[in-house]
Write a protein that binds this ligand. Sequence first.
Ligand code: PHE
Length: 465
Amino acid sequence: MSQESIAAGAIAGSIRSEAGRGQWSSRWVFFLAATGSAVGLGNIWKFPYITGQNGGGAFVLVYLACILAIGIPLLMAEVMIGRRGRANPEGAIAAVAREAGASRHWRRIGSLAVLTGFLVLSYYAVIAGWTVAYTPAALSGSFVGLNAESSGALFNTLLADPWRLTAYGSFVLLLTLGIVAFGVRDGLERSLRFMMPGLFLILLVLVGYAATTGHFMQAVEFLFAPDFSKLTGKGVLIALGHAFFTLSLASGAMMAYGSYLPAGTSIVRTSLMVAATDTTVALLAGLAIFPLVFANGMEPGSGPGLVFVTLPIAFGQMPLGALFGGLFFVMLALAALTSTISLSEPTIAWLGERFGMGRVKAVLLSGAAVWLLSLGSVLSFNHWSEVTLFGKTFFDGLDFLTSNLMMPLGGLFTVLFTGWVMKRAIAAQALGLDQSGAFGLWWLAIRWITPLAIALMFLHSLGLF
Ligand code: PHE
């Protein structure tokens, strides 16, 4: 990159020329894409089940605090670095480091993020496959008359069948890579326009239905009345990790999407909107699911199957349940798809820009690798259920490694890089703010609050204090 292009681009909030790289057509499309990345299985599948496993209210409180104090400032930093560097996560950090006169080794944060996204995609696609499997089941009325036991049995039959899991997971991967191969923008924009409002609406219907079960207040109490005696050090780490996971942080996704962001878009405002939407969807999911859990005498801590076992019972009982159920699982599959797309983009952009690989070739190569890895998660639910790594199955282990170790560590280094390597004036310019007011608050968060909070929570979870 020449000095001229640095100078010219710097005025527009970026240090690279934008020629040859795609860009979102508007601020609105970026908001949709970032929200599409953030809202997904994390909100509707993962948040309820880990909340159930970690005792409810106190866990939710720590999670919300992590979103506010760590997630939102980091989201802004990632989008900003992406736009400033106009490259895949590794290349973007390298460019920003170069601008700051810092070591090029900082780019390893970006490599770690790309790897994290790749690993997450491998198991995320398998869970998204469950959603695809449940759509025809809902539409054909198979949920009618289900109770806790028969619904659990239905779910376990799916898990026990590696062929079906592979087929559905592969379908999700094929769809993802197909869309990504032909360009992210058009397909994404079109599907997001109806999907987001639709998902929201169905969630509201479900919350309404859950309110009629008579166990709504019990659920509200479970979710919002903190009982700190139920919170463990590991629970704190899981809450922290989930804040990263649900906002698609430290996995390259937001940085890659930021790299396509037109200059002049407000990163601060868009990030706040993305985080607010994401949190609302998670809380609505909790309010829809927990009343059903209690009404049917189920165990909140029963694990990854929670949503797939509880909601079908509700769809089987409510009026127009087949229709609502079918729509719900279609929307959830689409919400997952907009997340898998964002999970695959960093690797593909990295292969393309780092090795000069054509887009289709990069898609095929990364697709084959991620598909192979996904088989490990598939098998962990059946043939390999006894095979454990660090006391966890392949799926659980990969989830723990990525969400609870790689993401917090990657996030920690990203905020250290932003707050202590980037110059204050450059950061303000890249974010599109002047150096007073809101910027001061964000800068304080990035330099002190986020790194200290992540480090402390990490050490706490290791039992070090
Ligand atoms: N945020 C997505 C969800 O909550 C998952 C995701 C993680 C997407 C990391 C991209 C990157 O479902």
